[in-house]
Design a protein. Structure first.
Length: 135
């Protein structure tokens, strides 16, 4: 039996999609790790280790990866360091045709127009001015 360093598998963001992990290890291994609690699901298809599950930045990376869109609204303002608090519910904006569901910890906003994306703290976010208006 081979023991994997799960943090090393997750990479520098502390989170990874199960699809990208399955290119390295078997799908059954991922399923076992989730079932045993060695990995926890943050969003559909996105996992981390239990000790990072409450880390705000890790959750931001997972939310953006899951949604395939930038963090927005109050979440983007926190990443632009315009508000002090790291809000519990994360906000992302996706194209209008995307059909992702919001959840307890994630609010998905749909936009009919192309969304400009910039980077803040290493994450894709909507520009500060746009985020202020949206919030």
């Amino acid at each position: 039996m081979r023991v994997h360093d799960l943090l090393a598998l997750l990479g520098p963001t502390g989170t990874a999609s199960t699809t990208s992990l399955s290119a390295i290890v078997g799908v059954r291994s991922i399923g076992r790790w989730v079932a045993s609690g060695r990995l926890v699901r943050l969003h559909p298809g996105w996992v981390t280790v239990p000790e990072l599950a409450d880390d705000w930045t890790v959750r931001c990376h997972a939310a953006s990866g899951y949604a395939g869109g930038p963090l927005s609204h109050i979440t983007a303002l926190a990443l632009h360091e315009l508000v002090d608090n790291e809000v519990t519910k994360l906000h992302v904006t996706v194209p209008g045709e995307r059909r992702l569901r919001s959840s307890r910890w994630l609010r998905v906003h749909r936009s009919r127009t192309a969304v400009e994306v910039v980077r803040a703290r290493g994450l894709p976010v909507t520009p500060a001015a746009h985020s202020l208006i949206d919030t």
